[in-house]
Write a protein that binds this ligand. Structure first.
Ligand SMILES: Cc1cc2nc3c(=O)[nH]c(=O)nc-3n(C[C@H](O)[C@H](O)[C@H](O)COP(=O)(O)O)c2cc1C
Length: 206
């Protein structure tokens, strides 16, 4: 079902820019599809969305010895800069055994390490983050979303209160959007709250 609550407004001022990250690099990932649907919802509200794949930023598992010997990997430095340069983050969070996927947590851990000229948590602090997630099960990654909220809040990010958990991904999602109107309404509400928060930050900066 296409979301008809929001119409494309080409005259809208740019509402900010958001980096979209999926916690699964699997081909055919349901979370990647959810990320695309949510990105479109943000775009029609005037947000510029840049999507990256963590497959393009291959990182070793965090290891303090490796960091001491070789420093923060180039891919993590690049990611930190990207996060820093964007007004907000959109994260699609899959659930593995009730929690955040290792590729996502590993990326966050590397990106929290200080690099030259940029304090460890600086890219995350006061950054609006919209978390969405889906799974093939009936809870829709709800537990993982809660864990990610706790992690990012601890790091100083401003996690948007209205996250979105989509249960039963194969029947709930398609290239056309959400099959259920209530989900579509919830997604619109979440994205609108993100846009409001981005606007507040922009006003405070002006
Ligand atoms: C190691 C592993 C653990 C999983 N644990 C859960 C879980 O705790 N809860 C759940 O709803 N789904 C779980 N799943 C199923 C995932 O929701 C499903 O594989 C989903 O498609 C993963 O997201 P993706 O499609 O974006 O890759 C698990 C899958 C894997 C591979």
């Amino acid at each position: 079902m296409k979301n008809e609550m929001l119409e494309q407004r080409s005259d809208r001022p740019l509402a900010g820019n958001v980096l979209a990250i999926c916690g699964s690099v699997r081909r055919g990932s349901w979370n990647a599809l959810l990320l695309r649907i949510m990105s479109d919802l943000l775009r029609i509200q005037g947000v510029a969305v840049q999507t990256i794949s963590l497959r393009d930023y291959a990182l070793p598992f965090y290891d303090g010895d490796l960091e001491a010997e070789e420093g923060v990997p180039g891919a993590a430095i690049e990611l930190r800069q990207l996060i820093d340069q964007h007004d907000g983050l959109l994260i699609a969070c899959p659930e593995y055994n009730g929690s955040v996927t290792p590729i996502l947590k590993n990326m966050i851990d590397w990106c929290s390490r200080p690099t030259e000229g940029l304090g460890g948590l600086a890219p995350f602090q006061l950054k609006p983050v919209l978390i969405v997630g889906t799974s093939i099960g009936p809870f829709g990654a709800l537990r993982a979303i809660g864990h990610l909220r706790a992690i990012l809040s601890k790091m100083g990010a401003m996690v948007i209160p209205e996250d979105l958990a989509v249960p039963n991904a194969p029947s709930a999602l398609s290239e056309e959007g959400f099959s259920d109107q209530n989900l579509s309404i919830a997604a619109t509400r979440s994205s609108a709250m993100m846009v409001t928060q981005l606007g507040r930050i922009r006003e405070a900066r002006a």
